[in-house]
Design a protein around this ligand. Structure first.
Ligand code: 1PZ
Length: 215
């Protein structure tokens, strides 16, 4: 194991979502958003290769965003707010069907944003779960109430089957690397409001610009 992997803890991952929010104007900063996602993917990979079909897609989307941050228009992609203003202003978003701009920042973030809702629901269920709760059930319920609504049947099927491979609640708390179950519950209680805030601000931004159904 490398030093970086040893240090891995879900606390740091979730703190990226706290760092996302700029204090003065509540802008959502793309670099921190990306680093939060990179941490989540590392966490998911530690759960087993069965989730690699999920992480592949998430990695692909993160790479699209990283490429924008390295391009000549990097400053326009500093925050989700500046990205939306820039891409809409320059006609860089396919609004009805994927055509000239199949991988706009707006549609890419929308996919991650929908997945963030799943994460929010799942971690909240985990936080308030009891010893006899099954992680696969918590995960399936969270998925059905969020992401599943945007996925075709075949992906829903594959996702639901993979959830059975999730480790049991105790092991799940252990791989988070936060401490005792009480420590995890306390950490989630502290960190999740920031994730929710990032989710809510993004949701309002997208709703205001009619971007919630981008193809
Ligand atoms: C901890 C256990 C992990 C469970 C993960 C739950 C989410 C299951 C989602 C499975 C779908 C993955 C397959 C790819 C689907 C893509 O078609 C869609 C739409 O993108 P498009 O085709 O329009 O470009 N992609 C997504 O919906 C984004 C999915 C990202 C999932 C990230 C999960 C992060 C998990 C963090 C773990 C703590």
């Amino acid at each position: 194991m490398t030093a970086v992997e040893e240090k891995f803890s879900l606390t740091e991952v979730l703190s990226s979502f706290k760092a996302c929010l700029e204090k003065e104007n509540q802008d959502v900063l793309v670099d921190h958003y990306i680093s939060g996602w990179n941490g989540l993917i590392r966490f998911m990979n530690s759960l087993g290769t069965i989730f690699s079909f999920v992480s592949k897609d998430a990695i692909n989307k993160i790479q699209i965003m990283e490429a924008f941050r390295k391009s000549s228009s990097r400053d326009q992609y500093r925050s989700l707010q500046s990205m939306v203003a820039y891409e809409l202003g320059a006609n860089l978003v396919d609004l009805n069907r994927r055509a000239e701009h199949p991988n706009s920042g707006c549609r890419t973030i929308l996919r991650l944003h929908r997945a963030l809702r799943w994460l929010q629901l799942f971690l909240e269920k985990l936080r308030t779960s009891t010893e006899d709760s099954k992680t696969s059930v918590l995960c399936t319920d969270a998925y059905n109430d969020s992401l599943a609504n945007y996925h075709p049947w075949i992906i829903r099927k594959a996702a639901t089957v993979s959830f059975y491979a999730l480790p049991a609640r105790n092991t799940f708390f252990e791989v988070m690397n936060v401490g005792s179950i009480e420590d995890v519950v306390a950490m989630l209680g502290e960190a999740m409001p920031y994730v929710s805030q990032v989710y809510d601000i993004t949701q309002q931004l997208y709703a205001r610009h009619n971007l919630l159904d981008l193809p």
